[in-house]
Design a protein around this ligand. Structure first.
Ligand code: DHE
Length: 552
């Protein structure tokens, strides 16, 4: 595994050095001899094992790679609960080790049981999370500029598509643990290219025309892929953040393929780049006190970002502060022009069918938030269940409630449907109109297409192994689950994507020896399985046409 915070800054080293002399609780005034203490092994109840500098560095790396996304770099909690030392010391080493090994029903993975962490790593982490979190370094514009690599200048790129393939029906498939993205021909299912992208790629987004794919890695690296070359080609790369989850293109008329925004998990900032070259243009700090209590925050992470078609705006979720920010990219410096107070712990979301309303989950608050991007105000927020996680959501016409959207939940075996039609069905708008029981918890994604009778639902984060492999099809017409079935006999079944025509659905089997299962969307029958040595831990998949046009 590579570290997010691989910069060996003085701050980090100093923090690490400091921690090795942090005392065992109950041994106040312990001497610097504790720097020689071995890795945490069976500490007595109520004590915290000190860690050697090397063990601390290893634990820090594992934490940032695997835990910080949910619990936060400073452990204040977001998708996962607060695990600052006050809380972890209360829990105690035994309980922490047990949780890391066996997981919890609410979405905490069973890292030990699944072989992700060794028993030694579990001991290390259990000790590490009871010590104060280290500081993390900033990432100023000069450092970002120094990381910029323009591999193929614009003048050397084709002026028209050079491939005979239907490039608008390409699928970009994330090969998470291989640090690569595969580009597959949606018609023939052949691999058109495999591109090196860096650590644990998280999502892909398309430029407005679809010509370029932008991949964002958890290490903050953005990789730009040109789909017009004979075979898809890496044309530029830059590392705007030390830790990141989101990237989006400018899609407003006149700005097509012109600009790109990268949202950082760390530092608290976003970076705007040239959409043709990735040359970094500006860094904007997003540090903001919480919307409700005005509490000062060190960590404000940029979560989901969606592009407006009605103005030169990106709509940006500020997780910890609970604001939805409007970034105006027509203005010098690409500033935030409005911070809309909504709810804390904003995570993932997407457009309604008109692309006027942004629906985003505040998942640790069990709520969906609705923002009217036209008036730049919050419309409402409402409870749905334990930790809603819609991905970008799904829009469809319900026979009774008009246009609706829906979300599964990480912490509850439930799919809820809410009204999203304030014009024709104002009485149902932004209210839960249907609650549908699912076989398992751990739901992460839904997807549909205007030509499809179904909404597809997964549950990869369930702590019941059988549920992680299961997928369900919800009937739009009947308002109920049509069927749920085991997509595979190993690995987690995760994330859905349609082909351009809306006739096929692709599902990933998230496993070292991964697969992509292609279903006929009409019959729900399996059409084919894509396999190969190269198919390592496939997670998200993004069809060019659907991603460029925000079809979901
Ligand atoms: Fe994601 C979307 C953050 C774990 C696969 N994920 C998102 C978005 C955010 C986010 C903020 C919305 C981006 C946008 O729309 O601009 N994800 C996080 C985390 O903080 C979290 C919980 C923990 C972490 O450490 O990263 C996390 N995500 C995961 C996974 O474990 C998944 C299943 C596989 C992986 O990458 O490790 C995963 N997340 C995805 C995917 C999307 C996503 C496939 C895009 C869905 C889409 O259709 O747009």
């Amino acid at each position: 595994m590579k570290a997010h915070f691989r910069t060996k800054s003085a701050a980090c080293v100093a923090a690490a050095a400091l921690v090795v002399i942090v005392v065992m609780e109950g041994c106040s005034g312990s001497s610097p001899e504790s720097t020689q203490a071995p890795a945490a092994s069976a500490p007595a109840a109520g004590t915290v094992a000190a860690l050697s500098e090397q063990d601390f560095a290893q634990a820090k790396q594992i934490y940032f790679d695997t835990c910080a996304g949910c619990h936060g770099a400073f452990r204040k909690g977001a998708t996962g609960p607060n695990i600052e030392p006050t809380r972890t010391k209360e829990l105690g080493t035994g309980a922490i080790e047990s949780t890391l090994t066996r997981g919890l029903p609410g979405g905490m993975p069973a890292f030990g049981r699944e072989g992700v962490f060794s028993p030694q790593q579990i001991k290390l982490l259990a000790a590490y999370v009871q010590l104060p979190p280290p500081e993390a370094p900033p990432r100023p514009l000069e450092e970002i500029q120094a990381s910029w690599k323009l591999v193929v200048p614009v003048a050397n790129r084709p002026r028209t598509p050079q491939t005979k393939r239907d490039w608008q029906n390409y699928f970009g498939v994330i090969l998470r643990d291989a640090g690569k993205v595969a580009i597959l021909d949606g018609a023939t299912k052949e691999v058109a290219a495999i591109i090196e992208t860096g650590f644990a790629v998280h999502i892909l987004r398309s430029s407005s025309t679809g010509r370029y794919f932008y991949a964002i890695g958890r290490d903050g690296r953005v990789t730009m892929i040109d789909l017009w070359s004979e075979a898809p080609t890496l044309v530029a790369q830059v590392q705007g953040c030390s830790d990141a989850r989101s990237v989006e293109a400018s899609k407003y008329k006149g700005y097509e393929d012109k600009l790109l925004i990268e949202g950082c998990y760390w530092p608290p900032q976003y970076v705007v780049m040239d959409g043709q070259t990735l040359e970094p243009k500006a860094v904007v700090d997003v540090t903001t006190p919480t919307y409700d209590t005005n509490e000062t925050l060190k960590e404000v992470r940029v979560a989901s970002i969606i592009p407006s078609l009605d103005g030169p705006f990106w709509v940006v979720s500020l997780k910890e502060s609970g604001h939805v920010a409007i970034v105006d990219y027509s203005k010098p410096g690409f500033p935030i022009v409005k911070k809309i107070p909504t709810e804390r712990f904003l995570h993932d979301g997407g457009w309604d069918h008109t692309k006027r309303y942004f629906m985003v989950a505040a998942n640790m608050r069990n709520k969906m938030v609705v923002v009217d991007v036209k008036t730049q105000t919050m419309v409402t927020k409402f409870d749905t269940g334990v930790r809603p996680h819609p991905g970008r959501g799904a829009n469809w016409l319900d026979p009774e409630f008009g246009w609706v959207n829906g979300t599964p939940h990480i912490g509850e075996a439930k799919f809820v449907v809410y009204g999203a039609d304030p014009v024709n069905k104002p009485e149902h708008a932004w209210k839960v109109v249907r609650e549908v029981k699912l076989p398992g918890t751990g739901g992460l994604f839904v997807k549909t297409h205007e030509r499809s009778p179904w909404v597809w639902i997964d549950s990869p984060l369930s702590n019941d192994p059988a549920s992680t492999r299961q997928i369900c099809a919800y009937s739009k017409k009947e308002g109920k689950i049509e069927k749920c079935w085991a997509a595979s006999d190993r690995g987690r079944a995760v994330h859905f994507e349609y082909n351009r025509a809306g006739s096929e659905v692709w599902v990933s089997v998230w496993d070292k020896a991964g697969e992509l299962i292609v279903y006929d969307d009409k019959t729900l029958e399996e059409k084919t399985r894509i396999k190969g040595d190269w198919l390592v831990t496939p997670t998200g998949k993004f069809n060019v046409y659907n991603t460029a046009h925000d079809v979901y």
